[in-house]
Design a protein around this ligand. Structure first.
Ligand SMILES: NC(=O)c1ccc[n+]([C@@H]2O[C@H](COP(=O)([O-])OP(=O)(O)OC[C@H]3O[C@@H](n4cnc5c(N)ncnc54)[C@H](OP(=O)(O)O)[C@@H]3O)[C@@H](O)[C@H]2O)c1
Length: 336
């Protein structure tokens, strides 16, 4: 009798344990399904803050770094089409002038340009840029300029110049530009700062370690200053970007996961203030396929899995890049 009672008690206990774990499992799956649904609603159904809030059509200026190519150039065109005046900053004066002229003619906005190489920028250069920007009403800053390792490279083999350039362009330029424009935004209690982040900042990327670290800095720093500046009326948004067709990505053909700059920037501007696939504050992953990838990274498998996944991809890219270099060197030697 005792044995039967013990057996009944034990199976009750087992059933309760199974029920508890079952309920936890259902809750976890339901939570994940809901978070995935939220991503879809964010990227397909919601509209973000209208850029009119940041001076569009009302005399406001958007300052864009790295504005003559790729994503930065597209920001210049789309923001001008929304009637923001545009300040273009990058290295090549001829490209700056040509784009400024095209923007003025196409969208009847005002433009200014400033030649700056952020790898070499001195305190005096930044002071000159501050003097240049102080008289205008800067309502938006797009910290877009970025540079990367030439090819995936083990950290100990990377040149000091590449390491320094990445830190100067991806980290210091964003901080310096922000310090230049934020005081006037605080005075007006309004402003938008967009930082061009990367999936390399979301998942550490071996062989692109300095670039990856610089984008992780941007992510963390955006969240920190985002909290500081929100009560002062300024919105900070780190934009988590997977691949986009551009000179930097060295990808020429668009695909489901890799958009052209135009649809990519459109998604950023349509979803200001909306997280999309991102799960950290002051961060947005707005492009639909990037958002789903971001959700998968955050919700499926461990971070170690994704780092290892990145490692394998970069080892393969490095091998192909080195082979290409060898072929080019051989062809050059042959033609001499
Ligand atoms: N494309 C992607 O797949 C991807 C993915 C994730 C994140 N991102 C981020 O998105 C941002 C833009 O990338 P992108 O692919 O559009 O780059 P891109 O097509 O190579 O354009 C870079 C722009 O920056 C300017 N620039 C480059 N170095 C500069 C320097 N030292 N000083 C001043 N200006 C400089 C270039 O003009 P000049 O040469 O005339 O100066 C150009 O206007 C970067 O922050 C990048 O990290 C891109």
């Amino acid at each position: 009798m005792d044995k039967i009672a013990h057996f009944v008690q034990k199976s009750d206990c087992n059933a309760t344990t199974v029920a508890i774990f079952g309920a936890i499992g259902v809750a976890v799956v339901a939570f994940k399904a809901l978070s995935f649904l939220k991503v879809l609603v964010d990227v397909f159904l919601r509209s973000g803050i209208n850029v009119k809030k940041y001076g569009a059509g009302n005399g406001g200026w958007a300052v864009i770094t790295g504005a003559t190519d790729g994503i930065g150039k597209e920001f210049a065109f789309q923001l001008a089409s929304k009637k923001l005046n545009i300040v273009l900053v990058s290295r090549t004066e001829s490209k700056l002038k040509a784009i400024a002229q095209e923007l003025e003619q196409t969208y009847s906005v005002e433009t200014k340009h400033f030649v700056m190489d952020f790898t070499k920028a001195s305190e005096e250069n930044y002071q000159a840029l501050q003097q240049f920007l102080n008289p205008i009403e800067v309502t938006m800053l797009v910290n877009n300029v970025g540079t990367n390792h030439e090819i995936p490279t083990p950290f100990e083999q990377e040149t000091d110049k590449v390491i320094k350039d990445i830190v100067e362009v991806n980290i210091n330029a964003a901080m310096k530009m922000t310090k230049i424009v934020v005081p006037q935004m605080i005075t007006r209690k309004s402003g938008l700062i967009i930082n061009l982040g990367s999936f390399a900042g979301l998942v550490p990327t071996p062989y692109l370690s300095v670039y990856s670290g610089s984008k992780a800095f941007l992510s963390s720093w955006s969240q920190a200053i985002g909290a500081e500046l929100a009560p002062k009326g300024i919105h900070v948004q780190n934009v988590n970007t997977f691949f986009v067709v551009s000179a930097m990505s060295k990808i020429r053909r668009a695909s489901l996961l890799i958009p052209l700059p135009k649809p990519y920037v459109r998604s950023v501007l349509n979803q200001l203030g909306i997280s999309g696939g991102a799960s950290t504050p002051n961060t947005s992953t707005p492009y639909f396929s990037h958002a789903i990838a971001n959700w998968a990274i955050d919700n499926l498998f461990s971070r170690a899995f994704w780092v290892n996944h990145n490692y394998k991809i970069q080892v393969d890219i490095r091998k192909r890049a080195l082979n290409k270099r060898e072929r080019e060197a051989a062809a050059a030697a042959k033609s001499q």
